[in-house]
Design a protein around this ligand. Structure first.
Ligand code: GDP
Length: 433
């Protein structure tokens, strides 16, 4: 675990380096419906370490002011990251903008790796000595487009990453509220914390600037993960869409259960779908929360209509429960604790192999497989191999005979039999002769 941010002025090659570091992993995410294509956040690994990488260059202001933009990117990197990779153009030498970025980074005292990019040729190698003048350590010659020196950068990054995420108590349910700006994340957090019988035990800063709140309710420990902008307000970039997505991403990663907030009054917009797509893709527990329900003019059909709309717009989240609340009046806010708990438990549910195989036999008897891709699927047996989320491996004659609708059918059978409300489940087929 750990977060690495890439900063540097325009056109120095940040995205190329990002793509190099992230490698083929990027495509996994892009298959998920509703997820934006131009990624600025992805998982990566080097040696034995897993971490996430942010390309701050992808976070842009509406009116392109390059100086403001680069300042914002550096601030975001400092706020989000454990290690910062500062990319410069090794061929052009040090510029005034580089010096500005260097000063901001220096002040932050975050560990920085200085990469001098576009050194495609040994002939340019001597250029890098210039960069010592930035005062942030040894410059590393790199060619992102040729993949030269990227390993050296990553060696350095891995050395500087913190050893381990702070050891959080195991019996604590970590959740976060995500959604576009003004959907009511802070208000709902306060409403949840404001309930009687909630004991806020500590408010502490973690390694980053985020402020998470731990509390106990009815004997259960919880931790609500801060999605920034919740408590620290007034940053110019707070309403930049990509920044809020980024915040959501890091909150999702630290959480067991995600509350996706939508605005009951204003309805669902494209940005909600992006955020929901990321939540789904994370494999974490999910609850869909319609907030500001107090503002809606209702008749007896309004709730059903909204429910239908949510199911249509968030098709892939069909396992998530829907709650209608008002952070303002606290109406039904209480019920969220049960839904969080349910999703958390179902994420961790284990199914006995014998029972699983009974369900598989029944499912096939009721609805036999048919020919697809030149053969008929035979399922020999199945096994649950993981939790968070529950993951099943089915041993079959040939995985390519599995039609997606049959997979869907099996998933529904598992859900009916075992109850996996609030959590995605994964079904994987393996060939066995
Ligand atoms: P955030 O940006 O997602 O954290 O949103 P805030 O919690 O700051 O809420 C944005 C605005 O919506 C504020 O003016 C809140 O008072 C208001 N608001 C939040 N939840 C509700 C609600 O359930 N009902 C009503 N009427 N207003 C709400």
């Amino acid at each position: 675990k750990g977060v690495v941010a890439i900063v540097g002025r325009a056109n120095v090659g940040k995205s190329t380096l990002f793509n190099r570091i992230v490698g083929e992993r990027i495509s996994i995410v892009e298959d998920t419906p509703g997820v934006t294509r131009d990624r600025i956040y992805a998982r990566a690994s080097w040696l034995t370490r897993d971490f996430s990488v942010i390309d701050t260059g992808g976070i842009e202001l509406a009116n392109h002011d390059f100086v403001k933009e680069i300042r914002m990117q550096a601030e975001i990197a400092i706020e989000e990251a454990d290690v910062i990779v500062f990319v410069t153009n090794g061929r052009e030498g040090v510029t005034a903008e580089d010096q500005m970025v260097a000063r901001i980074l220096q002040k932050s005292k975050k560990p920085v790796v200085l990469a001098c990019n576009k050194i495609d040729d040994v002939a340019f190698r001597d250029n890098i000595y210039d960069f010592y003048s930035l005062g942030i350590g040894d410059p590393i010659p790199v060619s992102s487009s040729h993949g030269i020196g990227v390993g050296d950068v990553l060696d350095q990054v891995v050395r500087l990453l913190p050893d381990k995420e702070d050891d959080l108590p195991e019996d604590e349910i970590k959740f976060s509220l995500i959604g576009r700006p003004n959907v009511g994340k802070s208000s709902l957090t306060n409403a949840l914390l404001g309930e009687e019988r909630v004991i806020v035990s500590d408010i502490e800063g973690t390694t980053r600037d985020a402020i998470d709140t731990a509390f106990t309710k009815d004997g259960q420990k919880y931790r609500v993960i801060d999605t920034a902008g919740m408590r620290k307000r007034g940053k110019i970039y707070e309403n930049v869409e990509k920044y809020s997505v980024l915040r959501a991403m890091s909150a999702i990663e630290k959480s067991d259960v995600i509350l996706i907030l939508v605005d009951g009054e204003r309805g669902i917009i494209e940005q909600d779908k992006h955020i929901a797509g990321y939540a789904h893709e994370s494999g974490k527990g999910v609850v869909l929360v319609v907030n500001k329900w107090d503002l809606v003019n209702k008749d007896e059909k309004t709730m059903a209509k909204m429910q239908k709309k949510l199911r249509e717009d968030f098709k892939y989240l069909d396992y998530a429960r829907i709650a209608f609340v008002s952070a303002k009046t606290s109406a039904r806010v209480q019920t969220l604790f049960d839904l969080i708990h349910e999703a958390y438990d179902n994420q961790r549910k284990r199914v006995a192999t014998s029972v699983l195989n009974d369900v598989l036999v029944d499912a096939q008897a009721m609805n036999p497989t048919s020919n697809f891709e030149g053969g008929r699927l035979k399922i020999y047996y199945g096994n649950q191999v993981a939790v968070t989320p529950p993951t099943f491996v089915l041993f079959v004659n040939d995985p390519k005979f599995l039609h997606f609708s049959y997979k869907r059918y099996l998933e529904n059978k598992f859900r009916d039999a075992f109850g996996f409300e609030g959590t995605p489940i994964h079904i994987i087929c393996r060939k066995r002769d």
